[in-house]
Design a binder for this molecule. Structure first.
Ligand SMILES: [Zn+2]
Length: 228
């Protein structure tokens, strides 16, 4: 896995040049945001050792297979770590693919693997995990969550945006890397969430697929305009 540092607190771990997860440094060790594809656990643990910290928490942006793929394997090796995910997307981990009456009745897309790991805490809008604040960003999945680092304005946006193949709002197809768009549940909701993130004036945008963008607001404006 390729590790790159961004600012004082963020390390991006990339598998196959396409799938990211993140180590966020806190005073007690790391919060791991997402777990990449299956088979990534040993590489993630090695990266945390190299960056000199223990993974204390595993925090998930959403329940797609390329984000929860190594959750079970990591859990086995980190029995004391907290496991946190939005209340809504936690249902997918249990194999419950039902939609709520108030939600757009659109087809669920992408892989939602069942994972035999019980989250230690189910997150709601505004919840705080260490320095990270949960920002609800539904659209890519019904319970998709982004996380804002209160220390420096870094936004970890999961698949609400992608930057691989060009910056895009979730649901807008980028021919060089169409996968996130093809696995997006409801595009109008995703676009609304993208606007919410833009309004937060992030200093840095870190996504599930593609590079980290510094001072990203102009690029986010372009992506939102393109998707509108
Ligand atoms: Zn993804």
């Amino acid at each position: 896995m390729k590790a790159t540092r961004h600012g004082a607190h963020l390390v991006k771990l990339t598998r196959l040049g396409a799938v990211n997860c993140y180590l966020v440094r806190e005073s007690d060790g790391f919060t791991l945001v997402d777990t990449s594809m299956p088979g990534s656990a040993d590489a993630i643990l090695a990266a945390a050792r190299e960056a000199v910290g223990q993974i204390r928490r595993i925090l998930l942006t959403h329940a797609h297979g390329d984000h929860v793929g190594s959750l079970a394997a990591l859990r086995e090796q980190l029995p004391d770590a907290e496991v946190l995910i939005s209340e809504r997307d936690a249902r997918f981990l249990r194999g419950d693919k039902s939609l709520d009456p108030g939600e757009p009745q659109a087809k669920l897309r992408g892989s939602y693997p069942e994972v035999d790991v019980e989250p230690t805490r189910l997150l709601k809008p505004g919840d705080q995990v260490g320095s990270l604040e949960l920002v609800p960003t539904p659209g890519h999945t019904p319970g998709h969550a982004s996380f804002r680092d209160a220390r420096d304005g870094t936004l970890i946006a999961g698949d609400a945006f992608q930057t691989l193949g060009g910056i895009a709002v979730s649901g807008k197809i980028k021919p060089l890397f169409p996968l996130p768009a093809l696995s997006t549940w409801h595009k109008p909701t995703a676009l609304e969430s993208a606007r919410t993130l833009r309004e937060m004036q992030p200093s840095r945008l870190a996504v599930g697929h593609g590079r980290v963008v510094e001072s990203p607001t102009a690029a986010m404006d372009d992506a939102i305009a393109e998707a509108s």
